[in-house]
Design a binder for this molecule. Structure first.
Ligand SMILES: [Zn+2]
Length: 125
């Protein structure tokens, strides 16, 4: 890939691509192990039903599924961020179009919104 430069701010994308790919790998691993854990917990629950004990395995399966769905959502956000890098729109807020601060991008490379819009969304929900 050719080193992409944001024409607006001279932002170097490469470190963000690296950070995003790194997070992507870690999340994929996380999703896999969480789904395995959920399957195992569900299996244990099926077995434990026979003996009617270990009520904790229910929670384990649900927690593992919840964590894997959170990781999957983050993966989607990372894929979208990588797509924005390809499209050349990375670094601009997808809501208001304002340039996201480099500090925010460094902390949250997959973020699609500026601090203002992120704050508004949190306040609204
Ligand atoms: Zn915004």
């Amino acid at each position: 890939m050719v080193a992409s430069i944001d024409p607006q701010r001279g932002l170097e994308f490469t470190p963000f691509v690296e950070a995003l790919n790194e997070q992507r790998r870690a999340l994929l691993h996380c999703v896999e192990s969480m789904q395995e854990e959920a399957e195992q917990a569900l299996e244990n629950r099926d077995k434990s039903d026979l003996y009617d004990d270990t009520p904790t395995s229910d929670i384990d399966a649900e927690q593992a599924l919840l964590l894997s769905s959170i990781a999957e959502r983050r993966l989607e956000a990372i894929d979208e961020a990588l797509a924005r890098i390809d499209a050349g729109t990375y670094g601009a807020c997808t809501r208001c179009g304002v340039a996201i601060s480099p500090e925010r991008l460094a902390a949250l490379p997959a973020t699609a919104t500026c601090m203002n819009c992120a704050g508004r969304r949190r306040a609204a929900s």
